[in-house]
Design a protein. Structure first.
Length: 180
């Protein structure tokens, strides 16, 4: 059942246009439908005990390679990984992202070197660029009203990158306007 749409209107600016051509985002959809679904989030509490709970997610159509999770789940993934690795292995940059992997056999996202925290979903996501591997690289995007997890190399990754870079550029422009 289609519940809502995430819409990012194209922005007409020279800087973004050149980046769109360079990254191939021009072919990425500017509108995506998504569906409400449930996922199981499992992490380790402060005592080292695994804890699981069901959480609501948004997931694309069968040909799409993304999910949206609530920000508290995304933040818990980041802090759980940081706590276990002592801050190492976090690839967070200005755009606030974290490298994960999607395991096609067990249908879950996790860090490459840790079994927990993880997010289990109820269906497979499409493998990218002819890969027959059981594991696909993924990115957790740690900003916005909902945090996204996309499979690397997918049009959905390009969509999220363009959307979040545009949001960052607009945030900077808004701050400049406030100063005048």
């Amino acid at each position: 059942m289609r519940s809502c749409c995430h819409v990012a209107a194209p922005v007409r600016r020279a800087g973004l246009a050149s980046r769109v051509r360079a990254t191939g985002v021009a072919n990425a959809p500017w509108r995506r439908a998504f569906h409400q679904a449930k996922a199981r989030f499992t992490t380790i509490d402060r005592k080292g005990v695994p804890v699981s709970y069901e959480t609501e997610i948004r997931i694309g159509d069968a040909h799409e390679a993304y999910i949206y999770i609530e920000p508290d789940v995304g933040d818990a993934i980041r802090s759980g990984i940081a706590r276990q690795l002592g801050g190492f292995g976090l690839t967070q940059g200005a755009t606030g992202k974290l490298a994960l992997r999607f395991h096609h056999g067990s249908l879950h996202f996790a860090h490459k070197s840790l079994p927990l925290p993880r997010v289990d979903i109820d269906r497979d996501l499409p493998r990218q660029s002819g890969s027959y591997s059981d594991v696909s690289p993924a990115t957790l995007w740690l900003s916005g009203n909902w945090h996204a997890i996309t499979l690397d190399g997918s049009p959905d990754e390009s969509f999220e990158r363009a959307s979040r870079e545009s949001a960052q550029e607009l945030r900077v422009a808004l701050e400049k306007l406030k100063d005048h």
